[in-house]
Every structure is written in C-alpha cells, then in structure tokens.
Ligand binder design. Structure first.
Ligand code: ADP
Length: 485
C-alpha cells in the first residue's frame, strides 16, 4: 500500500517551481472510492493562485520557447524513462484514488509514457514550408511557432494519460502549461509536476493546481495570457469553456462526451465480437468516453450474441482495484451509482430485460454489478445519454442501413465499433458512420500513433498521431522581399 509519505503523493500546488498550498489554507479531501476512506487532501485554490500560475507560465515561456527542439526532445525522453521506472508506484497511486484495477492503471501509466515518447519524436518534425513565390525578388517562408501559455483541464477517469496527451505536445512545441486535474483524482495529475522537476524541466514550464473548477476555469478562460485551452470532460462543461474562451479568441481543443455504438452484423465472428464487447464496455467499469453506450445487434445473431456476452459479463471479478485478480473496480462515487440505477429503472419500466447484473454489488459502497440489458428500445434514456457505467443495453436491428441510421442518430460522434467479415460492408459502414474513430472487428483502438478525437458535439481537435501537435502551434508566414532579380 502506498504511504502518504510517498514522494509521488503531492498534496500541494506546483506554481513557478514551488509546492504551495491555497492562499486561504483551505483543502479538499481526496477519497479512495473502493473503501470510502480519505487518502489525503489537496489545496482548494481559486482565482489568485491561477493568476500566479499563468504569470509563471508566461514568464517561463520567454526562455522555454527558445530551447532547441533537440534539448526539449531529450528532456522528454528522460520524462518517459522516469514514468516507466516508477510505473508500479504510479499505478498504485492511480488505483488508490480512481478505483480501476491495478492492471488497467499500469496500462494507463504505460500509455502516458508512450505519449511523451511519441511527442518527443514528433517535436523534431514540426516542419514549415518554403513556397514558390509569385514575385521574382521575394521568398515565402511558412514557419510553426508555439502558441504560448496553454491551459489543460482533465477529468477523473484517466487522470494520468489525459494529461500526457496535453503536457506532451506542450513541452514538445515549446509551450508552457497551467494544469487543473479533476479534484477526485488529483494526485496522478500533481505527480506530473514531481516527474518534470526530477528530469530537469525548468520551473514555471509546467504549473499544476487544484481547487474550485469554476474559479480556476473562469480565470483560465478569461486571462489574455492563456492562448489555448485543452479540455477533456463532459460536453456540457466543454460548451461553457468554449463560450468563455470566445472573448479572448483562444484556440480550443475539446475531447467531450460520446455515445458509442457497437454494431454486430449477422456475418460477424461472434466470439471475437464478445471479446471486443467486453473491453469496449467494461474497461474502467464503463467509465470512458469511448465505452460502448449502445450494442446494436442484427436479428439473426442477436440471441447467440446476448447469451455469450451475458455469460462473459457475469464472470467479471468485481473488487478493490488493488487486490489481485480484480477486473472491475468501484464507480467513482455515489452519484455515479445513482445515475446507473436511474438508467436501469427507466429501461425496466419501458420493457427492457435485465439479463445479468442490474443492482448494487454485494461489496457495497460504489461497487455495481456488470449489467446486460436485452430488448433495449429507442425511447430508453441510454439511447440519447452517456451511461458512464457498467451497463450494456442491447438493441435489435434488421438491415445494414438501419444500423447506420441508428448509430448516427445522436449529437455525439466520438468512437464507434462494428463487427463483420464482409469486406464490402467494412467500407460501406465505416464510411457511413459519422464518427471520429471507427473500430472494425476491434473493441480497443486507442494508440499514440493515431489521432484520437470526435466530431459533432464530441469535440474539436485531435490528440495523438502527427495531428496531435498542430493545435499547439501557430502558423506564421514570412515574406522576405527586396532580394533583387
Ligand atoms: P466529469 O463528468 O467527467 O466529471 P466534467 O466535465 O464535469 O466531467 O469535469 C471534467 C473536468 O472539468 C474536471 O477537471 C472538472 O473539475 C472540470 N470542470 C468542471 N466544471 C468546470 C468549469 N465550470 N470550468 C472549468 N472546469 C470545470
């Protein structure tokens, strides 16, 4: 068990290289969702602390932006190594505050390291252009420059890797950062500060603070020194941040909610589809924005899929993420459990059948039974709303076009999945789905090499891939004239 004295459990803000409390001295308790017990506290900061963090980042930007790309890339490689050298301790800290199984936490920390390495490599490839000039005596140069101070706001479901995707491109491009992790899971965010310090990233380049979301968010979005906001969280809060950022015309990157369909066609390999369904639904107890929200299964394969899926679901081992063998941890809090109960009650009342699970787990607290609901219908709440919990509604459809139409009938457009062995269908359906990401015969597709992101109300911008660095750069056109003929 991780001790409070662990060098990784930072209970303070990092502002301009100093670990400090909130001005008011007030703190927020951090709770282990598996036990309901307090792990520690973090500062309850507000506007003044945020201003200081932004000023520190603006000051640090003056020198950090001038470091060579090779120098930054080398520091980032050290950061990558530091994460992996401490993978076990970081994973334990993550499980302690977030609840997911230790195996998933290790995977997430590994993913964080992979993003840092990816951006360390991409840093060296932010090429500009020299464009053929229409004037004989002038040359046209197009260069890329760091946008400046960026602010990152992250959620509790992937408290480590969501920051890797934001701190990575910021460091790579020469931007400096002000970071606000979610208050439920602040330690996996604050630890980025400790790791950056350890590898020698200069003070003020990465500043991290915890506290009032609206006060910190209000300052971040209105302060003219912040040139870009990168947010992962709900569509509701994303819309507020976009509106607030409008007055100072900041760049915005938004990774927002999803309503992922998982389509199983009659010609699919059912066992492979069930395997994919388990990971696409129950990873992190269903608390990811790319988790399946709706299973759409063709009539001919419906019974066989539901039976195999429910059998696999009933076998999931629920428990404290720190215990070996646990596959499903608790939900993040009581509110999340109540929301899941509401979805199930609504479905039952409208004719849905609970095939397995359906209620709070015998372990109590915020543990919930992995659940499969058959006979899901369009008028049920989860057709439109994001579940964010271990509940799998299964709908029946007849034709390919009906499946595409049902899948697209949402304001969201993040991840989607489908299973078929028909090559023509692979292309027809993947082109028909209005989503930023499509998994064909795969239930887990996130990787640093590919652009992660949504369309419609699921967001703006991409994280990962060569695209992930673009939002951290401004394009500058330089016209060099008077060169003679
Ligand atoms: P979730 O439902 O996953 O908690 P939220 O969108 O509520 O998603 O939260 C994601 C992040 O946004 C968290 O760090 C949270 O503290 C922060 N947040 C919530 N409200 C605001 C706000 N008004 N301004 C800025 N950040 C906010």
């Amino acid at each position: 068990m991780l001790q409070k004295s662990s060098p990784f459990m930072k209970q303070a803000n990092l502002i301009n290289g100093e670990w400090v409390g909130a001005d008011s001295g007030k703190t927020i308790d951090v709770i282990n969702p598996a036990t309901g017990l307090k792990i520690g506290t973090v500062p309850n900061s507000g506007k003044a602390e945020t201003q200081r963090a932004i000023n520190a980042a603006a000051e640090a930007f003056k020198t950090w932006r001038k470091t060579s790309v090779l120098e930054r890339s080398k520091l980032m490689r050290k950061l990558h190594d530091a994460i992996l050298d401490n993978q076990d301790a970081l994973a334990e800290l993550l499980t302690l505050e977030q609840g997911k199984s230790l195996a998933e936490s290790k995977g997430e920390v590994g993913m964080s390291a992979a993003y840092i390495l990816w951006y360390a490599e991409e840093a060296r490839r932010t090429y500009g252009d020299i464009v053929p000039s229409p004037w004989a005596d002038r040359r046209i140069l197009v260069t890329k420059e760091p946008v400046g101070v960026i602010a990152a706001i992250t959620p509790w479901n992937f408290p480590s890797s969501m920051l890797a995707r934001k701190i990575g491109p910021a460091l790579a491009t020469g931007c400096t950062a002000v970071v606000k992790p979610a208050t439920q899971t602040p330690y996996s965010g604050l630890v980025w500060g400790a790791l950056c310090e350890e590898v020698g990233i200069p003070k003020g380049v990465v500043n991290i603070l915890t506290g009032s979301a609206s006060e910190i968010g209000g300052e971040i979005t209105s302060n003219p020194l912040v040139r870009k906001i990168t947010f992962t969280g709900s569509t509701e809060i994303g819309k507020i941040l976009i509106k607030q950022a409008a007055d100072t015309v900041k760049k915005v990157s938004m990774e927002l909610g999803g309503n992922a369909p998982f389509i199983v066609f009659d010609d699919a390999d059912v066992d492979r589809a069930v395997e994919g369904a388990m990971i696409a639904k129950f990873r992190n107890s269903g608390q990811t924005c790319v988790c399946t929200n709706r299973f759409l299964v063709q009539a001919g394969i419906y019974d066989s899929f539901v039976e195999k899926f429910a059998t696999a679901t009933a076998k999931l081992k629920v428990g404290d993420g720190l215990e070996s063998g646990t596959q499903q941890g608790p939900l993040i809090d009581e509110k999340a459990v109540e929301k899941v109960e509401e979805f199930i009650a609504d479905a039952k009342q409208k004719g849905g059948k609970v095939i397995t699970g359906g209620k709070r787990h015998a372990l109590g607290g915020s543990f919930f039974e992995p659940t499969v609901i058959g006979d899901a219908k369009a008028d049920m709440l989860f057709t439109k709303e994001e579940i964010f919990g271990p509940v799998a509604p299964v709908y029946k459809f007849e034709t390919e076009q009906e499946a595409i139409d049902l899948a697209n009938d949402t304001q969201f457009g993040l991840a989607s999945y489908f299973y078929t062995q028909d090559l023509g269908r692979v292309f027809r359906v993947s082109e028909g789905l209005k989503y930023g990401m499509v998994g064909v015969n795969e239930g887990m597709i996130t990787t640093v090499e590919a652009p992660f992101g949504g369309v419609k109300e699921s967001g703006l911008g991409k994280e990962g891939g060569h695209q992930g660095i673009e939002d951290y750069l401004d394009t500058k056109y330089v016209c060099v004239g008077g060169l003679g003929l």
